[in-house]
Design a protein around this ligand. Sequence first.
Ligand code: GMT
Length: 375
Amino acid sequence: MKIGIVLYPTFGGSGVVATELGKALAAKGHQVHFITYSQPVRLGSFRENIFYHEVSITDYPLFDFQPYETQLASKMVDVVKYERLDILHVHYAIPHASAAFMAQQILKAEGIRIPFVTTLHGTDITLVGKDPSFEPVITFCINQSDAVTAVSESLKRDTLAHFKVTNEIQVIANFVPPLPTDTDQRQYIRSKYAADDQAIICHVSNFRPVKRTEDVIKVFAEVRANQPCKLILVGDGPDRYACERLCRELKLCEDVIFLGKVRDTAHVMEIADVFLLPSETESFGLAALEAMAVGVPVVSSNTGGIPEVNIHGESGFLSEVGDIQDMAKNLIYLLQPAILQQFKKNALERSKVFSLTQILPQYEALYRKLVETKR
Ligand code: GMT
């Protein structure tokens, strides 16, 4: 099939999932066309069957805000027409689903029928989408999509609770591609960040308020009072400075490493002992799954779709949002050597439920069904 994938090219989970999905489809012989405004961070180097179409933004002095959605829709029309695409798959409803609907209508007027799938990722529903300034458009586009998928049962429930959805929503969970491991290299890199007797705790996010990154620092302070350990933070965003300040106040700087944005987060996660994710809400928690896939158990909040991924007492532990003491207690328990070894194995095993081989065929079957009805 010839598949157009519309996504955010940044470090966000929706862009990561969309890019990895496109790469996996291309590896299976499908032709994949990414459409977005800059090169997706996880796209990597030249690969067979992958094409990238950049949406260029016109900077006209009349516009205080550039009409990205219009330019995206025009690019979609162009790519569908001239690359003869079979299907469009848009990741994150705003504004991708409405741009897809617009492109579909323009192509219909020219006698070309193109189905589109909308995948809901989380904040497009739970934070931004609910805003009355977006809601009518989001509801309309969800209902006009040829198929709608959500990345967890929790996100499906939230969508049905907040929007008047008449369309069916299919849950297709997020996934992790297979990751190469090199134990010697892992040990060598680990030794650059922590001594042998220091545990490494890791957190990866976009440092938005929803991630509660200050809780990460507070939990770490409790654990560090109990045993030698290091905290590695990956990513950047609005709350990073508050976290840096908190580290200074709590005199933790020596043991806290802010790496900033990193493309291959798995290589950082694999040197960690435990991954910490105290989010306020999370439709899935892709970062937690990525940690589990390199054998790192997760201490997280018990919110949204996280309990569908991280199993309490098996792949890690769940606590109520904001319960710093409970998260610290769970971390201290997990860091006992024999317990940690068992949880590492369990985390890796649990991640296999979300392997590429489980998830990719679900998207392919959905595309095939829509492409066949098109004929
Ligand atoms: O986590 C973010 O703020 C980024 C956001 C995105 O759309 O890029 O992530 C959402 O989608 C991810 C991939 O499906 C999910 O794993 C995240 O849980 C979800 N984030 C939230 O729901 C806050």
